[in-house]
Ligand binder design. Structure first.
Ligand SMILES: Cc1ncc(COP(=O)(O)O)c(C=O)c1O
Length: 470
């Protein structure tokens, strides 16, 4: 049960926001804030379990107070700039919205769609991808439309993961993987990405690359391993996996007969002329790979909840059977909007223009962190930058809410930055298993899927972090 803390937001609305208050004021405000958040924590778990709930909720961390709730706008100061959750503060292209409106004006556009996705959309996906998968796609057997990438991934886990099966995921990982696997009785096996010990020499501060220790990956494979989940471009690290890395992963998948789920929702956000390699196109990999896409990321439409999976009939067939039982069919007018998006994107130069805009947005945050002198992770792709917050020090007596107790140091850093600097971010240890929290707790994730003005204002505010750097 999720409870919004309206009382807290009201109480905070009197505060002169982001003029630096005196230390006693900070303490008083923080205490009152802590009080309110404690209530939230209690409220969100205060219900009595009259009926025993399924263990899978615990196994999937589903009952834990999640990072999105702790750092939701309702719990932060009213004019805090949100660079936390990865959704855009600008709309999807107008021509896609017009297609949705047109669908809503028709009768058909308000009713069930074919369970595997609207014919128009599957055809548009097939045509858009052309031969990017090394072959023409069959829209009837090799593409399924889902309710966002999330649901598609859930359906694929449902189709293939038996209780006790192991699924390898790279850390930090998109947080939904864990519950989606745990709900099937599957077991996540974590392989951390490692930040290179030294920043690259050609930049003042940042640019660490994150790498896989392939011995570690090999050791993670057991007779119970069924699947590897891959995410390139990567959330939150911004890594774009190289062809050489993907070839090594492919080799391991082939050797051990594993399915690969390749989450490529940021496929159109690859910077600096780097190559987005689809593991499905490596020799022998088409037959064992499910590739995941999302209209939310492609068309700045995270609320439409439309995604798709691409793969061979042997993987898409069972997944389709699962998705039909999970959602039956996906949102009809928004499928029409996405179809229009794919149909017109090329001729309008939409993705090229969008990439340019994201490059500008990325630059604002890079300049911000360079000026600040803190290390950050260079985003080769996706729309996130990790700021290394290990040199930040806040006042010793700063009162943090009890909801942060037992969490990584990054939770405190992100909380402090949101409340005292006025810019929200997401603590990265949330994307790690408990044993590896120490890697993640050095970082806070900032999203640059926001307009330039917002990013510049955030950048100006963030300069005030200087006071707290040691
Ligand atoms: C890596 C990754 N995969 C999947 C998703 C989910 O995409 P969708 O909104 O289409 O469900 C996200 C969303 O943030 C993501 O970052």
């Amino acid at each position: 049960m999720r409870v919004t803390v309206t009382r807290f937001s009201l109480a905070r609305s009197h505060r002169p926001v982001f003029r630096r208050p005196s230390t006693p004021t900070i303490r008083a405000l923080s205490t009152s804030l802590a009080h309110h958040l404690n209530n939230t924590a209690v409220m969100s778990t205060a219900w009595k379990p009259v009926f025993p709930f399924a263990q899978r909720l615990n196994d999937g961390r589903a009952l834990a107070l999640d990072v999105w709730t702790i750092f939701s706008a309702a719990n932060l100061p009213p004019d805090c700039i949100n660079l936390g959750q990865g959704y855009m503060n600008f709309p999807p292209p107008s021509w896609t919205r017009e297609a949705a409106e047109e669908a809503l004006r028709s009768v058909e556009g308000n009713h069930y769609s074919p369970t595997r996705g609207r014919v128009r959309l599957r055809k548009a996906i097939k045509e858009f991808y052309g031969t990017q998968f090394g072959k023409e796609l069959d829209p009837d057997t090799e593409i399924v439309v889902t309710s966002g990438a999330n649901e598609g991934q859930y359906a694929a886990f449902t189709a293939f993961i038996e209780p006790g099966d192991e699924v390898i995921i790279f850390e930090p990982f998109f947080d939904q993987y864990l519950p989606s696997i745990a709900f099937q009785g599957g077991k996540c096996v974590y392989v951390p990405l490692h930040p290179s010990p030294e920043p690259a020499p050609n930049v003042k501060t940042g640019k660490r690359s994150w790498t896989i220790d392939f011995d570690e990956l090999r050791r993670a494979v057991t007779p119970k391993t069924k699947m590897i989940v891959l995410n390139t471009p990567h959330n939150p690290v911004g890594k774009v996996f190289t062809r050489a890395e993907l070839e090594k992963i492919a080799q391991i998948a082939e050797e051990h007969n594993l399915i690969v789920m390749s989450d490529e929702v940021y496929e159109r956000l690859v910077f600096d002329g780097q190559e987005h390699v689809r593991i499905a196109t490596l020799p022998g990999m088409w037959d064992r790979t499910i590739t995941v896409g999302s209209a939310g990321k492609l068309f700045a439409a995270t609320g439409w909840r439309i995604g798709w999976l691409i793969g061979p009939p042997s993987l898409i067939g069972p997944t389709t059977a699962a998705t039909i039982r999970i959602v039956f069919s996906s949102n009809t007018p928004m499928q029409e909007a996405v179809a229009a998006g794919f149909e017109q994107a090329r001729e309008r130069g939409f993705f090229e223009q969008q990439l340019k805009e994201y490059e500008e947005r990325r630059q604002v945050l890079i300049d911000t962190f360079e000026k600040l002198g803190l290390e950050y992770t260079w985003p080769e792709g996706s729309y996130f930058i990790l700021l290394n917050i290990s040199r930040l020090r806040w006042p010793e007596n700063y009162a943090f809410p009890a909801t942060l107790e037992g969490r990584g140091r990054d939770f405190k850093a992100a909380w402090f930055i949101a409340n005292e600097i006025g810019v929200s971010s997401i603590p990265v240890s949330e994307f790690y298993c408990e044993e590896h929290v120490n890697i993640g707790e050095n970082y806070a994730r900032f999203a640059f899927c926001k307009d330039l003005d917002t990013l510049r204002r955030a950048g100006n505010r963030l300069q005030r972090l200087r006071e707290y750097i040691v």
